[in-house]
Design a protein around this ligand. Structure first.
Ligand SMILES: C[S@@+](CC[C@H](N)C(=O)[O-])C[C@H]1O[C@@H](n2cnc3c(N)ncnc32)[C@H](O)[C@@H]1O
Length: 238
């Protein structure tokens, strides 16, 4: 019999924010796979779950480069899916771990689709995780949205010049993946007069968590990859 494949969102960083379901599955599977880019010394998702693992597991790092080159990504997803499939076809259960939620900007969704396409008999279970922005709102005691307010989730790796349009339509905006274009984002927030309505949070829910309400102080620097900006244009929050 073929093994089962699980995608586990392991939350934003605090191991206590893992769901009970993800915890159980992590300790039941035979193999734990995780994404690893060459830049990272250690996989963030693995560091989250490491203190929760009981007993021996096969741990497999799948190379997932931080690139936007579609051809390279396609190649690596294909290789990753083939590696996972080889374990599944040996009857071993495999979990792929990913930070935050498994279905939000995660390599998991691509791998899952590849595995499905390669072998439709494989049983796939996705376990949701607490997103980085849910953890940020909780850490700051600030609601993401109230009443009939709208909320936009924006991957700011795309052109920051598109931001004014989003800000005009949504009072609450979460900017994710802010590191590469951070200074351009600051320019836009300043031009739109919302810089004082924004907070940057890095490494939310971990001992390294940092919050900066005065974004101007960070100008010229590049925040860590695990950083997001929450913009709240209305109300008393920022
Ligand atoms: C590839 S996305 C992964 C999103 C993740 N699946 C989620 O549900 O939050 C990576 C981006 O998520 C955000 N992020 C993830 N973990 C974070 C944390 N602990 N603190 C702040 N931002 C975080 C950052 O914006 C980072 O660039």
């Amino acid at each position: 019999m073929k093994g089962k494949f699980f995608g586990l969102g392991v939350g934003p960083g605090d191991p206590e924010l893992l769901t009970l379901k993800a915890y159980r599955i992590l300790n039941e599977v035979d193999v734990i796979c995780m994404p690893k880019s060459r830049l990272e010394r250690e996989c963030v998702a693995y560091n989250i779950v490491r203190p929760l693992l009981r007993g021996e597991k096969e741990i497999v790092e799948l190379y997932m480069p931080m690139t936007r080159d579609a051809e390279i990504l396609e190649q690596e997803w294909q290789k990753g899916a083939a590696t996972i499939l080889a374990f599944l076809r040996r009857g071993l259960d495999v979990a792929f771990i990913t930070i935050g939620d498994a279905m939000l900007y995660s390599t998991y969704s691509y791998l899952m689709a590849k595995i499905k396409a390669l072998d439709e008999e494989i049983e796939i279970t996705t376990v949701p995780g607490i997103t980085s922005f849910a953890a940020t709102a909780a850490a700051l005691n600030i609601p993401l949205a109230e009443g009939e307010e709208r909320l936009a989730i924006v991957p700011s790796i795309e052109n920051p010049q598109k931001l004014p349009e989003v800000l005009a339509q949504f009072p609450n905006v979460v900017l994710m993946k802010v590191a590469p274009n951070f200074n351009e984002i600051l320019d836009v927030l300043e031009a739109e007069k919302v810089q004082d309505k924004a907070v940057l949070v890095s490494h939310c829910s971990t001992p390294r968590q940092q919050c900066e309400y005065d974004l101007e102080r960070l100008r010229g620097s590049k925040p860590d990859y695990l950083s997001l900006i929450l913009v709240k244009q209305q109300g008393r929050w920022l």
